[in-house]
Write a protein that binds this ligand. Structure first.
Ligand SMILES: NC(=O)c1ccc[n+]([C@@H]2O[C@H](COP(=O)([O-])OP(=O)(O)OC[C@H]3O[C@@H](n4cnc5c(N)ncnc54)[C@H](O)[C@@H]3O)[C@@H](O)[C@H]2O)c1
Length: 324
């Protein structure tokens, strides 16, 4: 990554308005990964009336996913009420019934868009993309929800790099207005426009950026979260104080340690390793406290414990010995 890039030479990425017209109303959408993000992304499309097939190779994730979807639909309905996010969607029972669950990627053969939300591991994503490339139609867009892996690299695993794009949904996906859209040099203009159309259908706008490790969001955020963990590990302040400083002094709605627990400490450690590998910069090495919590299986909200304890874990998380 070249930090010396002359701002004036950086091509502008126009944030043009998006239209949903280009996308057929009932288009089938595929989601790979029934974890934190995959279920949220599935909810977004189902609430907009799209049938969605979610594929996961872990039976435990598939078993817990329907209840997580139901809870997500309920929570979003409550939070959207009276807020600016209120929008006409399909009724909750219909949205739930639009989502089906499968252990087989072959069930995504007819999807026009596949959003890949598997864990942040290049080998895992390579295997999925190579298989999808054989299974899906020639025009299917592969959108990766990767946090940090360059999209150009992901496109190189397929024979359709022009149809591969990054759609970096934030967490929780149903409650966010925008998606960071990452265009590799190979991504075609038509793919960008069709992806914007899909996002417009689910009420989100695209913020388009160029391809680079971590893009804009996670190049900045992952370092911040890692440093917050390091500060805690060194005993500079307790977790509550670290978080309150960001909330009370900077006005952030949530501090970095609670944010890290929400994202998943395993996902953060994976993302930092991806950033370290792709930039060659050691500053992205996970700090010792973060590495220890991940090794212990205390990976945040989804496991019931991270920097803070939580009442109800929603998923059997990857621990030190089970890397899925
Ligand atoms: N958690 C966040 O806040 C967040 C935010 C933005 C982006 N992301 C990115 O989204 C992606 C998913 O993250 P997550 O937090 O949902 O992870 P997660 O660990 O909650 O879920 C990942 C899911 O992928 C499944 N999976 C792994 N290998 C698979 C395979 N070969 N086929 C099918 N399914 C497979 C796992 O069983 C698991 O259910 C990652 O790339 C992550 O970096 C995460």
């Amino acid at each position: 990554m070249d930090d010396q890039t002359d701002v004036q030479q950086t091509p502008q990425t126009p944030q043009t308005p998006q239209t949903a017209q280009a996308v057929p109303a009932g288009a089938l959408v595929g989601v790979v990964g029934a974890g934190t993000m995959g279920v949220g992304v599935a909810q977004c499309f189902a609430e907009a009336g799209h049938p969605v097939v979610v594929v996961d190779n872990d039976p435990r994730a598939l078993a817990s996913a329907p209840a997580r979807l139901r809870a997500g639909i309920r929570t979003a309905a409550l939070l959207r009420r009276d807020s600016r996010q209120a929008r006409a969607g399909v009724p909750a029972p219909r949205a739930e019934s639009l989502v089906t669950w499968s252990p087989r990627l072959t069930d995504l053969a007819d999807a026009l868009l596949v959003v890949e939300c598997a864990r942040e591991d290049e080998d895992v994503k390579e295997g999925i993309l190579r298989e999808l490339d054989r299974i899906c139609g020639a025009g299917t867009i592969f959108a990766s929800n990767t946090s940090c892996i360059p999209v150009s690299r992901l496109g190189s695993f397929t024979a359709r790099p022009g149809l591969v794009i990054g759609t970096h949904f934030m967490n929780p996906a149903p409650l966010k207005d925008a998606v960071e859209v990452i265009c590799a040099p190979e991504t075609s203009g038509a793919t960008v426009e069709r992806t914007k159309g899909f996002l417009a259908r689910i009420g989100k706008h695209a913020l388009v950026v160029r391809d680079a490790p971590g893009f804009v969001t996670n190049r900045v955020l992952m370092l911040t979260l890692n440093e917050a963990a390091a500060v805690l590990g060194e005993g500079t302040a307790d977790a509550e104080t670290v978080d309150r400083i960001f909330q009370d002094c900077f006005g952030h709605p949530m501090g970095p340690l609670r944010t890290a627990d929400l994202i998943g400490l395993d996902t953060i450690a994976d993302s930092l390793e991806v950033l370290r590998r792709h930039t060659g910069e050691d500053r992205f090495r996970p700090c010792s406290l973060l590495a220890r919590l991940v090794a212990e299986g205390n990976v945040g909200r989804k496991s019931g414990r991270g920097f803070y304890p939580y009442a109800s874990p929603h998923l059997v998380a990857r621990g030190g010995t089970d890397h899925g």
